[in-house]
Ligand binder design. Structure first.
Ligand code: SF4
Length: 721
């Protein structure tokens, strides 16, 4: 397949939130190669193994090419009484599939109200598509039940940073962090494997500029090799660890008094709270030697600005929001916010999970973080998206009937589907059946649900539970934008046609919305109520019109080469590489007094190990990279890391079969005997199907504020098979 390409198309990587740009080489309508593009703003010539070799999933024979519906839907048979033969898929045309979905959505809405319908957007789809998913939910159906997978990862970051600073996004840019920071704190973030190109830049800063690096992680990862201090705290003790660091800072008077006085509030209460966290007391809770904690605090406090960098190791806990608040405290204490080389740098996982949130695929926020509880925001969207006749429901906004109360979160949507009162669920590109916690529970809900529509590129594990499958387009087959972890909005461009009859997701959503409105006998009348989009550029123009944060963003500017990080409040605004310069978004930065609380499930005699979970370098989510040949060859099966001490005691050897068992289920895997994990801890990943997926055992217990599950700590038994 190599040789001279027919065309070269510059686009954005579909995997992680670093948002590398590269060139797709296309021959005979197939992507044959990914090449570096020297003009790439984030990555220059660098690409990781996923970006460079992971593209062939686009042409995999598993791709969905025609809509499919279950035979019982065409035969008019009740789902519950359908035989196996009646449950089979039937390939059909778009008219049949979309008319069926539209009719069902209208029927459920009329019979049980708008909140009996739920929508899940996708962190892998474009901004424009996520905007349309939430518009479909809010305008056409009249519900705030719309979410995306951020609920499973960085929702605590959004909640915590909003409380502290007034904006929930990564504050700085990868460039200034890598080039201007004088110290790094990397906590709960396996940056080399999860954000590889940025991980390389951090490593280079350590090696070339001598920047001191403190890594806080229960696990030894590749980046810990470069750390001046590795704080290997027990899973679920981040607040204690961070309070301990701040205790030492305050004890030595290393905090930035003037900054705190001028720009922050709540300091005294916070100070009183960290008083008890002496390094010795923290050592008992975390397992970190007091001397290491003192040394780390000194390095971080004496070398400023210091950039705090974190991932879902911080957020996927029942204390996720508290952990983020503690990090916000640390950065205010040291005066590191609003300056290049400092900041609160939460690394978002998926290519456009930032964008899915920005566009309002969240149960409590309209596009651009306008709260659904705000009367002004409700009135604005009710007018912009107005329909005629108005919503029949009593209460709510006059035209759309939208409530001033938030909808349900992702985990609540799944819980209410099947056993609860949520009767229809529309999922775009989210693999609930492998990436939710406590999969036996999740699958039970999906199996019991009344009507599940899945818009996807593959027949994923979730497709097993779907009633209708709508074939979408992959990143290389459509136009639109992704927003990377540093709030940078970047174009993707169509390089090859979608396979068979598959269509870009934005086109499917617009078509479905038009049919649903028609089936409901309603017509768009508001200035942004229509669904006749020519292309994604026009959708972005609508986003700019309704969300002030993005008012100056357009595809035309991006095509011209403008490098835009939001907020971009006007068409002549250059974008905002660093947030909170000269003042916080909320006015004063707010310190919060936060206390250590243990993980929800601690080890005991029956389940004596702590399981923590994460990614491996070669894989991304749960379906795409497994269909990329080079990546699957490099990492063909799931592994569970076990420490050499524990392995010896349990009779496990490297490569032998091992079973993890929790109160919720079991996973069977190969053991990797390694001191990357501490004795008493095991580590597994979620990239593989069915019995090999670690989410069979993870817990669905939630952070009370953000409703994010505690993927990073649960109690398991470890057994040879
Ligand atoms: Fe893609 Fe992330 Fe790798 Fe860059 S670092 S090539 S964005 S997976």
């Amino acid at each position: 397949g190599r040789g001279r390409p027919d065309r070269v198309v510059t686009t954005t990587c579909p995997f992680c939130g670093v948002g590398c740009n590269f060139d797709l080489h296309v021959k005979d309508d197939r992507v044959v190669r990914v090449a570096s593009n020297p003009a790439a703003p984030v990555n220059g010539m660098s690409l990781c193994v996923k970006g460079r070799y992971g593209f062939d999933f686009v042409h995999h024979p598993d791709r969905l090419t025609r809509p499919r519906v279950r035979r019982y839907l065409l035969a008019g048979v009740e789902k519950r009484s359908a035989t196996l033969a009646e449950r089979e898929w039937v390939e059909t045309d778009w008219d049949t599939a979309l008319n069926l979905v539209a009719a069902k959505l209208v029927a459920v809405r009329r019979a049980a109200g708008p909140d009996a319908v739920g929508f899940i957007g996708s962190a892998l789809c474009t901004n424009e598509e996520n905007y349309l998913v939430q518009k479909l939910a809010r305008q056409v159906i009249g519900t705030h039940n719309v979410e995306n997978c951020a609920r499973l990862c960085h929702a605590p970051t959004v909640a915590g940073l909003s409380m502290a600073f007034g904006s929930g996004a990564m504050s700085n840019s990868m460039d200034d962090v890598a080039e201007q920071a004088q110290a790094f704190l990397v906590i709960g973030e396996n940056v080399t494997e999860c954000h590889p190109v940025f991980g390389t830049r951090l490593r280079q800063a350590v090696l070339r500029r001598g920047v001191p690096l403190v890594v806080a992680d229960p696990r030894t990862t590749d980046i810990t090799e470069f750390a001046a201090v590795h704080l290997r705290h027990r899973p679920g003790t981040d607040v204690a660890l961070l309070n301990g660091l701040m205790h030492v800072v305050l004890e030595h008077g290393w905090h930035d008094r003037r900054y705190i006085e001028e720009r922050c509030e709540g300091f005294e209460e916070f100070r009183a709270a960290v008083e008890r966290y002496t390094p010795e007391a923290v050592g008992v809770l975390t397992g970190v030697p007091a001397a290491d904690l003192r040394r780390a605090a000194e390095l971080l406090a004496r070398n400023r600005p210091m950039a705090a960098v974190w991932g879902v190791g911080v957020t996927q806990h029942t204390t996720g929001v508290l952990n983020v608040l503690a990090l916000a405290n640390l950065q205010m204490l040291l005066g590191n916010m609003g300056v290049p080389g400092g900041g609160a740098n939460a690394l978002r996982g998926q290519n456009s999970v930032q964008g899915a949130c920005d566009m309002g695929a969240l149960f409590n926020l309209f596009p651009g973080y306008q709260p659904v509880t705000s009367p002004a925001a409700l009135a604005k969207f009710d007018a912009a998206w107005a329909l005629d006749p108005p919503a029949p429901r009593a209460g709510g906004t006059p035209s759309l009937g939208l409530s001033d109360r938030p909808g349900r979160t992702l985990t609540e949507i799944v819980d209410a589907f099947g056993p609860g009162d949520l009767r229809a669920l529309f999922v775009m590109g989210e693999n609930l059946a492998l990436t939710n916690p406590d999969l036996n529970h999740t699958r039970g809900c999906l199996a019991a649900g009344e009507f599940l529509v899945l818009q996807e590129i593959f027949p994923t594990a979730t497709a097993e539970f779907a009633d209708v499958l709508l074939p979408g387009a992959a990143f290389a087959e459509k136009a639109g934008t992704f927003t990377n972890t540093e709030r940078r909005v970047q174009l993707i461009r169509p390089a090859v046609p979608p396979p068979g009859e598959a269509r870009p997701d934005w086109a499917v959503l617009a078509d479905l919305a038009r049919r649903t409105l028609a089936a409901d006998g309603r017509a768009p009348v508001g200035p942004h109520a229509g669904w006749a989009y020519r292309d994604p550029a026009q959708i972005m123009d609508e986003v700019a019109a309704v969300a002030p944060l993005f008012a100056g963003i357009s595809h035309a500017r991006l095509e011209r080469g403008d490098r835009l990080q939001w907020p971009v409040p006007s068409p002549d605004h250059p974008g905002t590489p660093i947030l909170h310069v000269g003042g916080f978004a909320r006015g004063k930065g707010k310190f919060h007094a936060v206390e250590h609380a243990p993980a929800a499930e601690l080890p005991d005699a029956e389940f004596p190990f702590v399981l923590t979970t994460g990614r491996v370098l070669q894989h991304y989510g749960s379906e795409m990279t497994r269909r990329a040949e080079a990546l699957t060859a490099a990492c063909p099966e799931p592994v569970v890391e076990v420490s050499p001490d524990d392995a010896a005691r349990l009779g496990l050897t490297d490569g032998s079969a091992v079973r993890l068992r929790s109160r919720r289920g079991a996973v069977v895997s190969r053991a990797a005997v390694t001191d990357r994990v501490a004795p008493g801890c095991v580590f597994g990943n979620f990239h593989f199907p069915a019995a090999g997926n670690v989410n069979n055992v993870t817990t669905g217990v939630l952070d009370p504020t953000s409703k994010t599950p505690e993927f990073k700590a649960c109690a398991v038994a470890v057994e040879p098979v």
